[in-house]
Design a protein around this ligand. Structure first.
Ligand SMILES: Nc1nc(=O)c2c([nH]1)NC[C@@H]1CN(c3ccc(C(=O)N[C@@H](CCC(=O)O)C(=O)O)cc3)C=[N+]21
Length: 293
C-alpha cells in the first residue's frame, strides 16, 4: 500500500507557485492577491481560512481577510462582494461556507464575478467545467486530480465510484473523472444517500472517492483488493487528549482499509492540503487572466 502524501504534494505545488511569484516580482508585475470573507466564529472555518491566508503569505501572494459576526445581513455581505468584484487589487476571492441560515448561499455565490470566483462555485464556472471550456475548477476535485496525476495512477477505463453528490466535491468529481484526457476517461458511478446497497457498488470500484462527512462509512469489506481509496471526509470529533479538544476523522476506516488497497489518502494530510494548494493555483491563474482573458 502506498500512502498518497497530500502534505508533500501540496508543498511541491506551493513551491512551484512561489517560484512563479518570485519571477513576476522580479519583472515588476502584479503580485497575485486573494481575499477571503469569513462569517462567524466556527472553529473549523476559522482554522481553514487562517490556513489559506498563511499559505498566501508563504508563497508571496497578497491577501486580505474580511471578517463579519454571524449577525451580518445578506445585504451587507452582497455589498462587500460588489466591492471585491470591482477592486482591481483583488484577483480572486472566496466566501467561506457554510453561511448562517438567514443568508441565501446561492444568491451570495451568484453575486461573485465568475472571473474572480477562485472557488469555482459560480454556475458560470460550473457550466464551463461541464462543457470542457476553460474554468476555475473547484479546489478539492482539482486537488484529487493532482494527486492521481503526480502519483501516476492509471484512470483510463477504470471504474471510479464517487460517494456523495455535493456541489463542491462529489458532483464535480464525477464529471471530471468521466471526461476525456488524463486523469479521466474512467467509468463513473455516483452514489448518494438514496443508493441501494452502497457496498455492492464500492466493491466493484478500482477507484473510490468518498466525500460524505460520516466517519468510518467505508469499511474494509466494502473495498476490492488493490483499489485506490481517496478520503475527502474531515469531520471534527471530540478528543479530550488533544490540546485543540478534537481530532479529524475521514469517511474511511483507515487502519483496516489500508491493508487492502494499493493507494490511500490519510486524514489529515491527504486531500485537505491539496484543496489549499489548488485555491492558490486558481488565484495565480486569475492574476494571469488565464481563464477569461
Ligand atoms: N468557500 C469555501 N471554499 C472552500 O474551499 C471550503 C469552504 N468554503 N468551506 C469548508 C471546506 C473545507 N475545506 C478545507 C480546506 C483545507 C483543509 C485542510 O487543510 N485540512 C488539513 C488539516 C487542517 C486541520 O488541522 O484542521 C488536512 O486534512 O490535513 C480541509 C478542508 C475548504 N472548504
Amino acid at each position: 500500500m502506498t500512502l498518497l502524501d497530500g502534505k508533500k504534494t501540496s508543498e511541491a505545488i506551493q513551491n512551484e507557485i512561489a517560484a512563479e511569484v518570485a519571477a513576476i516580482k522580479a519583472k515588476g508585475g502584479k503580485i497575485p492577491h486573494l481575499a477571503a470573507v469569513l462569517v462567524g466564529n466556527d472553529g473549523g472555518s476559522v482554522t481553514y481560512v487562517t490556513n489559506k491566508v498563511a499559505t498566501c503569505e508563504r508563497i508571496g501572494f497578497g491577501s486580505s481577510l474580511i471578517r463579519y459576526e454571524d449577525t451580518v445581513t445578506e445585504e451587507e455581505l452582497l455589498n462587500k462582494i460588489k466591492e471585491l468584484n470591482e477592486d482591481e487589487e483583488v484577483d480572486g476571492f472566496i466566501v467561506q461556507l457554510p453561511l448562517p441560515k438567514h443568508i441565501d448561499t446561492e444568491k451570495v455565490i451568484e453575486a461573485i464575478d465568475p472571473k474572480k470566483d477562485v472557488d469555482g462555485f459560480h454556475p458560470t464556472n460550473v457550466g464551463r467545467m461541464v462543457a470542457g471550456l476553460p474554468a476555475y475548477l473547484p479546489a478539492t476535485p482539482a486537488g484529487i486530480l493532482q494527486l492521481l496525476q503526480r502519483y501516476e495512477i492509471d484512470t483510463k477505463g477504470k471504474h471510479c465510484v464517487v460517494v456523495g453528490r455535493s456541489n463542491i466535491v462529489g458532483t464535480p468529481m464525477s464529471i471530471l473523472m468521466a471526461k476525456g484526457g488524463y486523469p479521466g476517461n474512467a467509468t463513473v458511478t455516483l452514489c448518494h444517500r438514496n443508493t441501494v446497497d452502497l457496498a455492492y457498488h464500492t466493491r466493484q470500484a478500482d477507484i473510490i472517492i468518498v466525500a460524505v462527512g460520516q466517519p468510518g462509512l467505508i469499511t474494509a469489506d466494502m473495498v476490492k483488493e488493490g483499489a485506490v481509496v481517496i478520503d475527502v471526509g474531515t469531520t471534527r470529533v471530540p478528543d479530550a487528549s488533544r490540546k485543540s479538544g478534537f481530532r479529524l476523522r475521514g469517511d474511511v476506516d483507515f487502519d483496516n482499509v489500508a491493508e487492502k488497497c494499493s493507494y490511500i489518502t490519510p486524514v489529515p494530510g491527504g486531500v485537505g492540503p491539496l484543496t489549499i494548494a489548488m485555491l492558490m493555483t486558481n488565484t495565480l491563474r486569475a492574476s494571469k487572466k488565464e481563464v477569461y482573458g
